[in-house]
Design a protein. Structure first.
Length: 207
């Protein structure tokens, strides 16, 4: 795995997931800037990559991220976000909706499907037999590689799921979501997505 080219990480959202990712990245030697709903976003926006760790219902209230490498760690959770029809449409992954809103941003989906507990407690060094995996999806191979290297650096095996539309394979309601799986298991889980009930719903909608 190539060394991550991400040396500075910005995080939008200072809640459970933002803090967990901040701690992992800081422990891995990155410079991290994090901001909640109040505060100075400038240091976040100049970082090499920006993690979105806010409630998904806030996706239209984000700062301009044109040109930025954006890591979408958000999930649609209707109990929190309210019913948002655009995130209930099985023809698009939630990250595709986010990417359309963030004009010019290079969106990669990652770090969304592990629980807060897993992010806080289950990071391991490369080769550790208890190391678990994180799915990564995006439309640009170089950006996928960059984010995969970050995932590796903070303690997880990256597994490339495909383009941004393939993000649907590790959203809520899927087997991958919340699974503390190693890379071989996660590859198998993603591969059998289309045979799952959720996969059939998505497949029918997309055909
Ligand atoms: N919790 C998990 O286990 C988990 C796991 C994976 C992914 N996720 C996803 O990660 C996202 C965040 O979840 P969380 O559990 O970390 O939520 P959380 O603990 O409620 O934290 C949300 C954070 O977002 C901030 N925020 C809200 N609107 C904002 C805006 N417009 N700009 C900047 N910051 C804003 C909040 O700031 P204030 O406090 O100032 O309002 C707060 O710091 C969600 O989409 C969730 O689905 C969660």
């Amino acid at each position: 795995m190539a060394t991550s080219s991400i040396q500075t990480l910005g995080i939008l959202g200072a809640g459970r997931i933002g803090r967990a990712i901040r701690d992992l990245a800081t422990a891995a030697g990155l410079d991290v800037a994090m901001v909640g709903s109040k505060g100075d976003v400038a240091p976040v926006l100049t970082a090499d990559a920006v993690v979105l760790a806010v409630p998904l219902g806030q996706y239209r209230n984000l700062p301009r991220l044109e040109g930025a490498l954006v890591i979408d760690a958000m999930n649609y959770w209707w109990e929190l976000d309210g019913h948002l029809a655009q995130f209930e449409d099985p023809t698009t992954s939630s990250s595709e909706v986010v990417a359309r809103e963030l004009t010019g941003a290079r969106v990669v989906k990652a770090l969304n499907h592990l629980s807060g507990y897993a992010l806080e407690e289950l990071a391991r060094s490369p080769g550790d037999e208890e190391r678990i995996a994180v799915a990564v999806a995006g439309d640009n191979d170089a950006d996928i590689e960059t984010v995969s290297a970050l995932v590796d650096r903070i303690g997880f095996d990256p597994v490339v799921a495909g383009d941004l539309s393939a993000g649907v394979k590790f959203e809520p309601l899927t087997e991958a979501f919340g699974a503390d799986a190693d890379s071989a298991e996660l590859i198998a889980i993603l591969a059998r997505f289309w045979d799952s009930q959720r996969g059939r719903v998505v497949g029918r909608a997309r055909n």
